[in-house]
Design a protein around this ligand. Structure first.
Ligand code: NAD
Ligand code: ZN
Ligand code: ZN
Length: 347
């Protein structure tokens, strides 16, 4: 089968032919309908060889959906042909966080060598993928796979972040979304769906600001050194109740600190080297700063239910398998609006 692999440190991903995988005991083989292209993959491919955490070659893609093609020995509760989405942050299923559905915070994944697909285990940008446990699968139940796949990360990660801040996002509050890309344009919609907050989106690109407005942002502001002051103006000097930073660069974490209100939340989701020192005088009084990772299985189900209710619609650009390297090039160049999706089995 064809697969898109990261093979050499620092090189671009390559389209290669690899043996068709076969499901072992307990595993499920999916024929992949669609796989998402996340900016985290670009970060991974920029890491140096020294300390690189995954074995190469690595089949990319940590957002995937497909139809069940074959079941390994002992798998019950699924049938060949079922349409499913993959919950990506695989855990041991046994530790306390896993028992609570928070496999993203599994205590034993590292020790047991459990990696998410595309981030250690073979990923979804391939004609077929192996899923190690049927528990990692969520039925699509009629949802369109292409528009649903990004919800497994570009939806789930912001949903988890937004949910933490919901008690503060009361009427009259303001939420800032920095970076209206794959995750950010879904975050805007999630905020509109689950909170009464006024939503201010920020980006460096006009087309992304336009997309943010289209999907429900009340304001869209250029992300530059004046952005924090603009948010203060727009909030009568008070600042934003919650700031979600989907860039996470030094410039954006500085903006976040500059526009968050006292007792507000700053959530750093992006992984572009930014951080925020916390101490009296570095951020307004009683600000909470956090950097979460992905989301729980239960939250994925909630995001899919929001999609079923029509509350979120991911803006997608689709690519055939042969164009998968191009999708990464375009994302790297900032030229994807919404989420790039690879369709490995499209004819
Ligand atoms: P993306 O490329 O689709 O979107 C990034 C957006 O940020 C783009 O619209 C871009 O124009 C904008 N941007 C760039 N510089 C900016 C700046 N200075 N100010 C404002 N906007 C700016 O990326 P994505 O796939 O949505 O991922 C976003 C970030 O989240 C990445 O760093 C990714 O690695 C990270 N991520 C983290 C988690 C997690 O669990 N913590 C999960 C998924 C992705
Ligand atoms: Zn991701
Ligand atoms: Zn666990």
């Amino acid at each position: 089968m064809k697969a898109l692999q990261y093979r050499t440190i620092g090189a671009a991903p390559e389209l290669v032919t690899v043996p068709d995988p076969e499901p072992g005991p307990g595993q499920v083989l999916l024929k992949v309908s669609a796989a998402g292209v996340c900016h985290s993959d670009i970060a991974v491919m920029s890491w140096p060889a020294d300390g690189f955490p995954y074995r190469l070659p690595l089949t990319l893609g940590h957002e995937g959906a497909g139809t069940v093609a074959a079941l390994g020995d002992g798998v019950t509760g699924l049938s060949v042909g079922d349409a499913v989405a993959v919950y990506g942050p695989w855990g041991c299923g046994m530790c306390r966080p896993c028992a609570e559905g928070k496999e993203n915070y599994c205590l034993r994944a590292t020790e047991l060598g459990i990696f998410p697909p595309g981030l250690g285990a073979p990923g979804a940008i391939a004609e077929y993928m192996l899923v190690d446990d049927s528990q990692h699968l969520e039925p699509l139940d009629g949802l369109d796979p292409v528009r649903t796949v990004p919800l497994t990360d570009a939806g789930l990660t912001p949903y988890h972040a937004v949910k933490r801040s919901l008690p503060k996002l009361v009427p009259g509050s303001t939420a800032v979304v920095i970076g209206a890309g794959g995750l950010g344009h879904v975050a805007v919609q999630l905020l509109r769906a689950v909170s009464p907050a006024r939503v201010i989106a920020m980006d460096v690109a006009d087309d992304k600001l336009e997309l943010a407005r289209t999907v429900g942002a009340h304001e869209a502001v250029l992300s530059d050194e004046h952005a924090a002051a603009r948010v203060r103006d727009l909030t009568g000097g008070r600042g934003a109740t919650a700031v979600f930073d989907f860039v996470g660069a030094p410039a954006t974490t500085t903006t976040a600190a500059g526009c968050v209100a006292m007792e507000g939340d700053v959530t750093i989701v992006g992984i572009a080297g930014g951080s925020l020192p916390v101490g009296l005088g570095t951020v307004p009084f009683e600000v909470t700063v956090t950097a979460p990772y992905w989301g729980s299985r239960g939250e994925l189900r909630e995001v899919l239910d929001l999609a079923r209710a029509g509350a979120v619609e991911v803006h997608v650009e689709t690519f055939a398998m042969d164009e998968a390297p191009l999708a990464y090039e375009r994302l790297h160049a900032g030229k994807i609006n919404g989420r790039a999706m690879i369709l490995p089995n499209a004819s």
